[in-house]
Design a protein around this ligand. Structure first.
Ligand code: MN
Length: 222
């Protein structure tokens, strides 16, 4: 008997319907202050991409087991864009037409594994694409916000704070460049990068991520 494979889905604000997730792409270092805190020069960076498995998505409000194989789990609050349509070599001016909606997400990162991978020139997959590494709040349909506060707190204490207008590459530009590497398709999600202030999450802590105009995201760790 063949296994039954379930397509992962995420919530849609104000709807009982759910958005099916095909793939999850992520942009690295898309805010100048975060690129600098990671030791890079933001002015000379072309956007670069990595991926998480679709089944890494986590529902808003979840309590998660503390991830295995890490002593340095990091938070990265990000605007997540969901695509209703796809294509290759998409022009930036046409990119907004592919978007279904947007949401608050956290790109959970096993920073210790990433540091080892970077040093050894190895892939980031096990640092970024682990189980339950992509908490995402409900999608708000329509055009994603281009300005507004993006912030993250742990147990009520401020950790990350920035503004969407600080993005080096706009959502439209990200879609355009990513579509030169892969043919984008309906159901694809894109994490668009994080502002400065990334840091560790400890067992027992509660993480809250916010973007102005979108449903706030909260997850706890056992
Ligand atoms: Mn990230």
């Amino acid at each position: 008997m063949l296994p039954v494979v379930v397509v992962p889905t995420i919530a849609i604000a104000g709807s009982a319907e759910r958005f099916p997730v095909r793939r999850i792409f992520c942009v690295g270092q898309n805010y100048a202050d975060h690129a600098r805190e990671m030791g890079n020069d933001p002015d000379r960076q072309q956007p670069f991409f990595f991926a998480k498995p679709a089944n890494a998505v986590v529902e808003n409000g979840a309590t998660l087991p503390f991830p295995v194989r890490t002593d340095d789990l990091h938070h990265e609050v990000e605007l997540v864009v969901a695509l209703a349509a796809g294509g290759s070599d998409v022009d930036a001016k046409d990119a907004p037409g592919l978007i279904y909606g947007s949401a608050v997400g956290i790109d959970l990162t096993r920073r210790d594994l990433q540091a080892v991978a970077k040093k050894a020139g190895r892939p980031w997959d096990m640092a970024k694409g682990f189980d339950r590494s992509a908490p995402i709040a409900a999608l708000t349909p329509g055009a994603p916000p281009e300005t507004g506060r993006i912030a993250l707190t742990i147990d009520g204490e401020g950790r990350q704070s920035g503004d969407l207008s600080m993005m080096i590459w706009s959502v439209a530009e990200i879609i355009a460049v990513l579509s030169t590497y892969v043919e984008l398709a309906p159901g694809d999600l894109i994490f668009t990068g994080t502002p400065a202030g990334v840091g560790p999450i400890r067992a027992g802590q509660r993480v809250r991520a916010e973007i102005a105009g979108l449903e706030a995201l909260e997850v706890s760790f056992t």
